[in-house]
Design a protein around this ligand. Structure first.
Ligand code: ARG
Length: 275
């Protein structure tokens, strides 16, 4: 029998997914190049895997919003509060209204940051899984550093800022994956020196793993962690071995069509019961 252990996520089916514009380096050269049928098959397989371990709520796809599938960018969810994204790229701004409608219909108190402060939700803001009141916050490409103070005030958690410095890893969740038990795998070259120092001082060496560029460019860090499960597009033998040796069960599921848009499993899901 399926045991979802209380994990709940939001996903959006890929009926209107496609690469229609270029707002990150992965989309360059891929306009109209995502195979719609293959994308649907990959998404269905991922959805089935997620549904084995969690309750998955679905929001409707909307024509003309090809990136709405990336629900991680809807908001930062904490208890019953959702801090709504304020998208940097005009192409994605119309998504916010749909995420806000779904989240408030689901009972969340939807808050917004002061206008002009860019913030891209759980794409750039990830809770530590051991120190529950610690929020890791990536900025430099999509979210503004200024969002950090507002997040601290609106949900009352400690925020650790991390400056991103490689445009391929434009959201924190493309290069940083906190795991249950306070473990972490991440791509150090995506962060500036101060961010690396902060990571090293907060997470002991025996709990963190620095992935290779091969893992990073295959979106290994863009992984969903549900209890001891880790669901990702690809992991090298080194990363898999590290995960397994710390008790994690690695599930690889191909996400090639979504990577053409700059996202993988983690981007395609939003954890709804963070606290
Ligand atoms: N094409 C989307 C964008 O550039 C991909 C979003 C990926 N989401 C994420 N949480 N990393 O905004």
């Amino acid at each position: 029998m399926k045991s979802t252990n209380g994990f709940r996520f939001l996903m959006c089916p890929p009926h209107h997914f496609g690469v229609e514009y270029v707002i990150n380096p992965w989309m360059r050269g891929h306009i109209k190049a995502a195979d719609q049928e293959l994308a649907c098959r990959q998404w269905e397989r991922f959805h089935a895997l997620m549904s084995d371990h969690a309750d998955v709520a679905l929001m409707p796809a909307v024509s003309g919003l090809p990136d709405l599938v990336f629900t991680a960018n809807a908001a930062l969810v904490y208890n019953r509060t959702a801090v709504l994204s304020s998208f940097r790229c005009p192409e994605r701004r119309p998504e916010a209204r749909h995420y806000a409608e779904w989240l408030s219909a689901d009972g969340f108190q939807v808050k917004t940051l002061p206008s002009g402060t860019m913030f891209e939700g759980a794409g750039d803001a990830l809770f530590d899984r051991a120190v529950k009141s610690l929020l890791w916050f990536g900025y430099g490409y999509r979210s503004d550093a200024a969002a950090s103070r507002h997040l601290q005030n609106s949900i009352g958690v400690e925020v650790q800022e991390l400056r991103l410095r490689d445009p391929r890893f434009y959201h924190l969740d493309t290069c940083f994956c906190p795991l249950e038990g306070g473990y972490l795998f991440y791509y150090p070259a995506a962060f500036d020196g101060q961010a690396n120092a902060a990571i090293e001082s907060r997470v002991s060496a025996d709990r963190r793993f620095a992935v290779s560029e091969e893992d990073a460019i295959h979106f290994a860090c863009n992984a969903v962690n549900i209890g001891k499960k880790v669901i990702l597009n690809y992991a090298t033998r080194e990363l898999s071995a590290w995960l397994v040796s710390h008790g994690f069960d690695v599930n690889q599921t191909l996400m090639s069509e979504f990577i053409k848009a700059g996202g993988s499993t983690k981007c395609l899901s939003l954890r709804l019961n963070e606290c």
